[in-house]
Write a protein that binds this ligand. Structure first.
Ligand SMILES: Cc1ncc(COP(=O)(O)O)c(C=O)c1O
Length: 417
């Protein structure tokens, strides 16, 4: 790792360029299609496009044209398992433990049903306050239909105080707002010791930092592929179930035909597959799976330890470049210390945060904004150079000093922020 992460004063451009020359991941940038004039710090929302993804999608269009329905037997149908096996090493799982399917919301529903199917009657589902909303919403919806109690673990309180009578808790590994990373092994051990189960949401960890599901004793997890894994807009989510829990006697609740032991037997009665395929539901998109497969193929050559080292260097570099301006403009940096942060910098300015992000976007520096007052900047080591981040930091300072964020056009809200 370069010393950028700990730099107290902003580094010079020539120093930053030297870090790029020494960067072991520098070669990956040319494998992504990014507009020349854009500095993209939003790969934590939607990853950039691998060049190979466009070619893979074009190939599927040709297959569709030339092979028609027969293409389902030429790699389309078994894509959820095949892509799961490509993804598994990136999150510390074994082959056969990951299925690429649906999205985080639906995969959480499946796992909540699976885990609570064997829970003692009357036990509750616990959600963490401050988590990404869909995790709580789907837990509440599941509990209404399953007739289970739903409870909240308020932010800042001890988890153990809330585990009494709980069968399953849904937790994010990396918090989507602050970027704080949980100690997955420790929390998993504590939840299991209390007789409960934990489902981890890896939305902001898969492809962002090393994840060791097997080594941490994790049995259940979900995640998405459209952020750090560059699968494309609407790319599918994934579900991980440790092989020790592959029990086809337990049904996940979204028992669709693709999860049947023999989908093309067209039996009346459902009989789940005896492996990870029972988490499949119905027909998936061959097009978006092709884009994701191209990206996951690229990821096979990536060393996650190097990703982590560069991610911390980039977030530290961004902080060093803007630090002085934060004080001047009363903007608060809530990013955790390097050891316990994900791959983002989180800044709070309740009054001007939204407008500052819009003014940056107008300059081609793309970050995002989350209510209330949060400016998020994501760092994706495969396609961001140190110079990109240094330039983004300069732009941030210039937007503040020029006052351009005060222009009324930057106050207008789009439906996606
Ligand atoms: C932690 C977390 N969970 C879930 C989601 C979204 O879930 P889905 O893929 O179902 O839209 C996000 C999206 O940003 C997220 O940050």
């Amino acid at each position: 790792m370069s010393d950028a992460a700990s730099a107290a004063i902003p580094p010079t451009l020539s120093r930053v360029r030297q870090w790029d020359r020494d960067d072991p991941l520098g070669g990956f940038k040319s494998r992504f299609a990014l507009p020349e004039e854009v500095l993209y710090l939003d790969g934590n929302s939607l990853g950039a496009q691998p060049i190979a993804a466009r070619e893979a999608v074009a190939k599927v269009m040709d297959q569709w044209r030339d092979e028609l329905i027969q293409a389902w037997n030429q790699g389309w149908f078994d894509a959820p398992e095949r892509l799961g096996d490509l993804l598994a090493p990136l999150i510390g799982a074994r082959r056969g433990e990951v299925l690429v399917s649906d999205n985080i919301t639906l995969n959480l529903y499946k796992l909540l049903g699976e885990v609570t199917a064997v829970a003692k009657p009357g036990q509750a589902v616990l959600s963490e306050g401050g988590n990404f909303p869909t995790d709580g919403y789907i837990a509440q919806g599941f509990c209404r239909f399953a007739g289970l109690a739903h409870r909240w673990w308020p932010e800042g309180e001890a988890l153990e105080q809330h585990l009494e009578g709980v069968s399953v808790v849904v937790l994010s590994h990396v918090n989507y707002r602050t970027g704080a990373v949980r100690d997955m092994a420790d929390v998993t051990r504590r939840v299991h010791a209390a007789g409960a189960e934990v489902v981890w949401d890896l939305a902001h960890s898969a492809g962002a930092l090393p994840v060791a599901l097997n080594a941490c004793g994790v049995r259940y997890a979900v995640g998405c592929t459209y952020k750090y894994l560059n699968g494309g807009p609407g790319a599918p989510g994934f579900v991980y179930v440790a092989s020790e829990r592959h029990d086809s006697a337990v049904w996940q609740p979204l028992s669709g035909w693709h999860g049947h032991a023999v989908p093309f037997a067209f039996d009346d009665d459902y009989r789940p597959a005896d492996d990870i395929r029972r988490f499949r539901t119905g027909t998936h998109s061959a097009v978006i799976y092709a884009a994701l497969e191209a990206s996951l193929t690229l990821w096979q050559a990536v060393d996650m330890a190097k990703v982590r080292a560069k991610s911390l260097a980039l977030s530290g570099l961004f902080q060093a470049t803007i630090a002085e301006h934060l004080n001047d403009y009363a903007i608060v940096d809530i990013t955790p210390a390097a050891a316990c942060r994900g791959s983002q910098v989180a800044l709070i300015d309740a009054e001007h945060g939204y407008a500052i992000v819009q003014a940056l976007i107008a300059r081609g520096v793309i970050g995002d904004y989350r209510e209330p007052g949060l400016m998020r900047f994501g760092f994706t080591p495969l396609y961001l150079s140190h110079e990109d981040v240094w330039r983004a930091g300069q732009a941030f300072c210039e937007v503040l000093d020029s006052g351009e964020y005060l222009d009324p056009r930057f106050a207008a809200r789009g439906s996606v922020t």
